[in-house]
Write a protein that binds this ligand. Structure first.
Ligand code: GRF
Length: 194
């Protein structure tokens, strides 16, 4: 039985697209059953719809307006996933910190992609951090999500060279290309274990 996978996004959704494309193969162990966005204006939503994947929005600004906290947001997100009978969750540019309780509910069944070779450069702007540190090899990591940010066990990594004269944009684009190869392969690996 193919696992039902949800992808959580907040923005353009290029990793989401790579996952949807990979999961179209008949021998892929998961189907992308739902895309959930934290923002109604995320570019990825239109792409998911055009690719025939059901979408949902759990709008973070609505929670902010209503003075509802992170736990309330995560409870609604959890219900959306349960209603869609989701087995496995992929974060792909989902720009929210998930509460410990939510992460524990999905333990071993929630993964994230981060554009650095973790444990190097966790947190925001990892590509800029890599350039500032002067490393010659950068890359990306797919890892299990645990309560500590960008610190869960690694599933797979891909190295990318830093080239002379690289800007943050140039390096980010090179890493993003690697992300699109790494994420589908890493999800496959994680699904086989789950
Ligand atoms: C990617 O660089 C990903 O590693 C990071 O956020 C970015 C999302 O890009 N977590 P996209 O929305 O998948 O195009």
């Amino acid at each position: 039985m193919r696992k039902r996978v949800a992808i959580l996004i907040s923005g353009r959704g290029s990793n989401m697209r790579a996952l949807i494309e990979a999961a179209r193969a008949s021998d892929y162990p998961g189907e992308i059953a739902l895309v959930v966005s934290s923002r109604p204006d995320a570019g990825g939503l239109a792409i998911a719809k055009a690719m025939g994947v059901p979408t949902a929005v759990v709008d973070q600004s609505r929670f902010r307006r209503e003075n509802r906290d992170r736990a309330a947001y995560d409870a609604e997100l959890y219900q959306v996933l349960i209603d869609a009978r989701i087995d496995f969750v992929c974060l792909a540019g989902f720009m929210r910190i998930l509460s410990d309780g939510f992460v524990r509910q999905w333990e071993g069944r929630i993964i994230n992609i981060h554009p650095s070779l973790l444990p190097a450069f966790p947190g925001l702007k990892p590509q800029a951090q890599a350039l500032a540190a002067g490393v010659s090899i950068a890359g990306c990591t797919v890892h299990y999500v645990t309560p500590e940010l960008d610190a869960g066990p690694t599933i797979a990594q891909m190295e990318v060279p830093v080239l002379p004269g690289d800007t943050v944009d140039a390096l980010s684009a090179r890493i993003l290309e690697a992300e699109h190869k790494l994420y589908p392969a890493a999800l496959k690996k994680a699904l086989a274990r789950s």
